[in-house]
Design a protein around this ligand. Structure first.
Ligand SMILES: C[S@@+](CC[C@H](N)C(=O)[O-])C[C@H]1O[C@@H](n2cnc3c(N)ncnc32)[C@H](O)[C@@H]1O
Length: 238
């Protein structure tokens, strides 16, 4: 069984365990196909959350460069990337159940052997499950913008989060963000530039053109319909 929920309160002390989360789960109904995928395909392509480090190669049955994507939404762009780079292992992390179901259906349809998913808060997965210096590319595309100022604390990109991501990267590995909110892009740039373990791949110290490996995403298309711009940020672990 996939399990996205962790207790909000310590069962013993009753105290809140944390934390401002980057998401609020508003689960719509699953389609029949997504429901079937969660039952039948999860055991094959789903990875159970556990609060201790795992060997990423063991999740795929082979050692290969590891790409991790946080918040893949309905999974369309992650499926395309995994199909385009079969020599890499892809691990998606998403909390939204219909998205996880849709990704599982896509893995089966496309016959992908190099894509697995977790159904859990990516912050906890990174904190507890992925070893340090284990990831070749970390991707975060169009994270929830939480555009009201009083909600900015919910934005997933924060200094401590970026420091955590940097620790998970192998030396020389890439961290790739994209957003369609200019104000979030500026904040991302500020936080990334302030992280001493990371170096900007943009010679001018700003944004980069969309790298060849990133397809259009669903949220990107929505932003474009609303007239938003798009900003890609690419940093390398020193
Ligand atoms: C705005 S959507 C973007 C989806 C996709 N990347 C795209 O561009 O179409 C953000 C996604 O991140 C997921 N998300 C937010 N916080 C998360 C977290 N802490 N762990 C895992 N997924 C998260 C949400 O459920 C949502 O599907």
């Amino acid at each position: 069984m996939s399990d996205v929920y962790t207790p909000e309160f310590d069962p013993e002390t009753g105290k809140p365990l944390r934390k401002v989360r980057s998401f609020v789960l508003r689960e719509g109904r699953l389609t029949k196909g997504q429901e079937r995928a969660m039952e039948e395909l999860w055991p094959r392509f789903g990875v159970e959350y556990q609060a201790q480090a795992v060997d990423p190669a063991a999740l795929f049955g082979r050692a290969a460069p590891l790409v991790v994507e946080i918040g893949y939404g309905m999974g369309g762009s992650l499926l395309a990337m995994a199909a385009a780079e079969p020599e890499k292992n892809f691990l998606g992390i998403e909390v939204h159940t219909p998205g996880v179901g849709a990704l599982l259906m896509g893995i089966e349809e496309k016959g992908l052997a190099n894509l697995r998913t977790l159904h859990h808060d990516a912050v906890e997965v990174l904190e507890h499950m992925l070893p340090d210096a284990s990831v070749d590319r970390l991707q975060l595309y169009f994270p929830d913008p939480w555009h009201k100022k009083r909600h900015h604390k919910r934005r997933i990109v924060q200094p401590a989060f970026v420091a955590l991501l940097a620790r998970k990267l192998k030396p020389g590995a890439l961290l790739h963000f994209a957003t369609d909110w200019e104000n979030y892009a500026q904040w991302m740039l500020e936080v990334l530039a302030a992280e001493p373990a990371l170096v900007n791949e943009s010679a001018e110290g700003g944004y980069v053109p969309v790298p060849a490996w990133r397809p259009h995403t669903k949220f990107e298309a929505r932003g474009e319909r609303l007239g938003h711009g798009v900003w890609d940020l690419l940093f390398r672990r020193a």
